[in-house]
Design a protein around this ligand. Sequence first.
Ligand SMILES: *Cc1c(COP(=O)(O)O)cnc(C)c1O
Length: 820
Amino acid sequence: MKILALDLHWTWNHEADLLWQSINPDLWEKTRNPWITLTRTPKSDLAAALSDPDTKALIKASMARRKYELERRTWFTQKYPESSLSEVAYFSMEFMLSEALPIYSGGLGNVAADQLKAASDLGVPVVAVGLLYAQGYFRQEITPEGTQKALYPFNDPAHLPIQPVLTPDGEWFRLSVQTATGEIWLRAWKAVIGRATLYLLDTNDPSNPPAIRCITTQLYGGDAELRLRQEMVLGIGGWRLLHVLGHRPEICHLNEGHAAFAALERARCIAEDLNIPFSQAQIIARAGTLFTTHTAVPAGFDLFPPKLIESHLTFYSEERLGLPIQEFLALGRLNPENTDEFFNMAYLAMKSSCAVNGVSQLHGEVSRSLFAPLFPRWPQREVPVSFVTNGVHTPTWDSVAADDLWTRIAGKGRWQGTLEGLGDAVRHLDDESLWQMRCASRRGLLQALSEELPSRQCTVGEDGLWCLPTPALRPDALTIGFARRFATYKRPDLILHDEERLVRLLKDENRPVQIILAGKAHPKDMEGQAMITRWVNFCQRQDIVGKVVFLADYDMALAQKMVQGVDLWLNTPRRPWEASGTSGMKVLVNGGLNLSERDGWWAEAYTPEVGWALGDGLEHGGDPAFDHTDAQELYRLLEEHVLPEFFERDEQGIPRAWTAKIRESMARLTPDFSANRTVREYTETFYLPLSERYRERYQIDRCSAPDIFDRSKMLQAGWSSLRIGEVVIPDKESGKSPHAFIHPGTIDPKLLDVQLYAEPIEEKARIVPLHRTEDLQDGWIAYETDVNLEGEISDYTLRIIPVMDGLCVPLEAPFILWQR
Ligand SMILES: *Cc1c(COP(=O)(O)O)cnc(C)c1O
């Protein structure tokens, strides 16, 4: 029983729901939380329920299903039975697994948790590490003036579906960490997510001084110092925890730069295990480290003043890593010599990884420009940041009606394999089934809201009870959803640009439209909070009252209801600041359609058959004139396309154009923008090859063969001694081959890749390698190629870059020499 209630598999697999209902129907209905249901039911009631033969049978069946689920052959075990990958360690500041474990703020936690769940479905071995925040992220209340109030209810660990990590003797496990000011203690907790495990650390150990105990109180609260301390606990404490518990993952996956200290602690553990210098262990650790960046603007990077790093990390760096603090600081700097430069966690992550990716195709591009300064003279497109577009864990976000429909066409285990054929199955669905599912899902949302609106929307203030207007939502209205963080770049007020034009739309009785909104603004973000106020005031306009509702306290549970029920999901960020965005993906499985700026995932997902797009696909910064253009376009799309398609019905009452879009959006986009696809892509593109590389390096060092360490030293030290002599690119008609003369200086020529390079034509790279033909006098070497050059010969120039088996170029060796 306890095992079932503590396995967060229940957040997406509802097979045991009947069991919990039979134990305490009221509590279950209210919380939908098995752990609360189990632990809050009075002992006598529980005993009575458990003696019931039906309940007994349900327990037995649920346990059997769990056993089957854990033992079944998975995508990973089937496809990679001999894999060298035994475990991936996944680090993230936040995880949005369930309302039952509120240790998240938004998108980043969503990505982390959905991937963890998909890894469990697919059998990819992942152990995750995060922090247990006593208060999580703030909760929101709206005052009668329309201002946001931040509340911090306490997460009592006893009510969370987690358990303390225990020692073999059954004692609470505590991790001791030496600091300059003495020993501090970290407590460790464990959450089970199907096959995956999530460890959570907190500092609230009674024997710690108060300043230490507060480190893990709030997520994204406090100042830079608190953030640094949290990141130290997550990275250093987190890796050490895994190590002490016996985990030896080949892969360390850093979900955003926050966790980058983990890479250093990992190297320290390797140095200790193999008895080698830290600098060598760093190179081994690096082979198995993947960094996923989520930021689209430089201001999004975590930056720490050098003084702060010195005061908090000198002890760790010098005593633990054996690294002078100035060298430590250099790891987070663009220019190691610049002692004023702040310490950039993303740079540390870059310098600790053998692979880096952004979270959508567009964000990959943006990230290459952000990180270009680390790779001077490299063409931007070769800056080593690729992309894996995010996806959402479909079973977490689907409605009951959508789940039924998908089960009918594709069976129960449909999200556990490769998703092949799912699109075709959807294309066979008739309009009637799709439309019925949509209407049932919309009604489900309105039903859920009508139940919880009274408590969600009301506050008791100086003037007594006050409630946000409770709308009269209609089951037949086009229901538009907009919910996300209220940050300026997301332009939550774009649709309010011309209020009267929006009001005209809302007042049309023949084509009823309603808008459901929610979102929090960071307590320090005054502009974001002003936008909330603007919306709350708008909702109270007499002429449209009841048609627009702002729901207080956006959270995962509300997000689930909204994405299941709405017809249209609206997203209006300023391109290219939405790195990926995930909320729009959540409506796909439910047959909701997207109207969004061409940014993040929508920039690659949009075609006219699946929804609507705003913007011209270019960047306009914060230009108010473009906001105006975008707003006009938004109204035009709503007036001329969205509403007509939704309200144009045939004799059966079905909007055929709309259902056609639903079908295409579900068929084409749901599989592609699922966490299932994302995790398979991470596994095949990164986890598997990096784990090979990691094992090789770990091994190489053991037999102390001439290794990457010496060779990268050689490249570093010798690069400036490299010379390019004469380069000859004869006319194509001459029948002669291009050739060149190189002096490798102190570098072994085997480590050099001599190439003719031209700017790509239509995205197609034009890089032609030259091979070594003859060693000449004084160390000069002749190179040649007989490959035909594409395009004009004058496009080409010679360049040399490092090359070496197993070396990550240019991440580990950002050297490049150009002829001109
Ligand atoms: C999905 C989700 C997010 C992320 O939404 P974006 O539109 O990608 O910013 C944030 N908060 C909650 C509660 C969510 O469910």
